[in-house]
Design a protein. Structure first.
Lengths: 381, 54
């Protein structure tokens, strides 16, 4: 459906007519249901545009059979000639426009009363973002406004994708051309597996790079050390209250030493209990005091632990790619690397600097590969 | 929603769609032109092949 057609189909001409009529005669009845229907139809129209425009472009990039060019050669021209990138970029802009418009329509259908159009100066104010009205924007500015509609997530994803296609996949032998070459070499019954394998490895490499360079991974050792510190600090705070409640003759530093020697609070508590019992002073009130102090200590140390984000470590993506590149290249017939490789195999490359297929991983690593990481059930020591 | 609000929202809908249309048209054109350039490149390649074979 053309845009004009959509505008007609959503009854916008009628709506305009109504608006104009209202302006002049003030007789037109507006109702909520009618507005919702208009919005629904507009969304359907946009979705229809989306399908048609992309289908038309997709048909256009299929090599015409009548030309008699080999598909591989046509694909090569598409990729190497920069057409793939151009088409992808424009499609991205169009997708962003579709999403942004659908978002605006969704907000219009259910948005709060406060989000109204500011008629003055041709400026629409929505969520605090001022957008220039198309009626006053030049063609170039219009394109910029579409780019501005791209959400940070979409931009990140697009940039990552571009980086992967330009810098990473060619380096690691994971491009479409590498895939086609590899598939041509494997026996017919393995071709499907090889196709899936390349797609899987590309997706895993993308997730891997995103995880290590953008999201960051938690430095478990630093986190554990911080917990130890927080527990000890909280213990120092609570010692005087323990001494007062249980009439300990031991000094604060004696108790601290005991805490260190016994390896933590749990053991210290056992010691408190045993000492009281030996002195014949353990009763319900001691039990209640002890429980209350324990809870205070636990709350205190939890508050002292730094935010998890402090322990996130990010690696430069160039460094990650270089590490993968080095190992991928060292494997003879390197497309074979796509078989039996997964997340844990990539981690092994980072950790150990060598490639391991799933079958070469340790039993623990295989468990992680199959089931993911499990959080420690008892980490308080 | 009262009538005034519905009237405003209808007007807003019109503006959104007009903006959408004015942004989509040049992008659609740009996309189809890129596709056309690719098809021209394929034809050029085929011509080269024919010239070579003569």
């Amino acid at each position: 459906m053309s845009v004009d057609g959509m505008e007609k189909s959503v009854g916008i001409s009628e709506a305009e007519g109504e608006a104009n009529e209202e302006a002049t005669a003030g007789e037109v009845e507006y109702n909520e249901k009618g507005l919702r229907e208009l919005v629904d139809q507009a969304v359907i129209g946009i979705e229809s545009d989306e399908k048609q425009i992309f289908a038309k472009a997709d048909r256009g990039v299929e090599p015409p059979i009548s030309l008699g060019l080999e598909a591989e050669r046509a694909n090569n021209i598409f990729e190497k000639g920069g057409f793939a990138r151009q088409v992808q970029t424009i499609k991205g802009k169009i997708s962003a426009l579709f999403s942004a418009t659908k978002g605006k329509l969704a907000k219009l259908a259910g948005g709060p009363q406060g989000e109204k159009q500011e008629a003055a100066d041709g400026v629409i104010v929505s969520e605090g973002i001022a957008e220039e009205s198309p009626s006053v924007a030049s063609g170039e500015e219009k394109t910029e406004s579409v780019e501005a509609e791209e959400t940070p997530d979409q931009r990140e994803k697009r940039e990552r994708q571009e980086y992967l296609e330009k810098e990473v996949f060619p380096k690691l032998g994971l491009t479409k051309e590498d895939e086609e070459r590899a598939i041509a070499e494997v026996p017919a019954d393995k071709k499907e597996v090889a196709e899936h394998s390349f797609a899987n490895v590309r997706a895993t490499v993308e997730a891997f790079i995103k995880c290590y360079s953008e999201l960051g991974v938690v430095d478990g050792r630093a986190l554990k050390e911080d917990k130890v510190r927080a527990k000890k600090e909280a213990f120092r705070e609570i010692i005087p209250r323990y001494r007062a409640a249980f009439n300990f003759e031991l000094s604060n530093s004696d108790l601290e030493n005991m805490y260190d020697a016994e390896g933590g609070f749990d053991k210290f508590e056992t010691l408190v209990y045993e000492q009281c019992r030996a002195a014949g002073t353990w009763d319900d009130s001691h039990y209640n005091t002890h429980t209350a102090l324990h809870n205070e200590w636990a709350d205190d140390f939890n508050n002292r632990i730094q935010d998890l984000s402090v322990f996130r470590r990010r690696l430069p993506r160039e460094e990650l790619v270089e590490a993968l590149h080095k190992v991928f290249n060292s494997v003879e017939n390197n497309h074979a690397i796509t078989i039996n490789i997964g997340w844990e195999s990539l981690m092994a490359i980072l950790r150990e600097g060598e490639f391991k297929t799933i079958t070469q991983l340790t039993p623990e690593q295989i468990e992680i590969e199959k089931h993911g990481y499990k959080l420690s059930e008892n980490e308080d020591s | 929603m009262d009538k005034e609000e519905i009237r405003t929202k209808t007007e807003e809908l019109r503006t959104i769609l007009a903006e959408y249309r004015s942004n989509l048209e040049p992008l659609e054109k740009e996309l189809l032109e890129a596709v056309q350039r690719y098809q021209d490149a394929l034809k050029e390649e085929k011509l080269k092949e024919i010239r070579k074979s003569i």
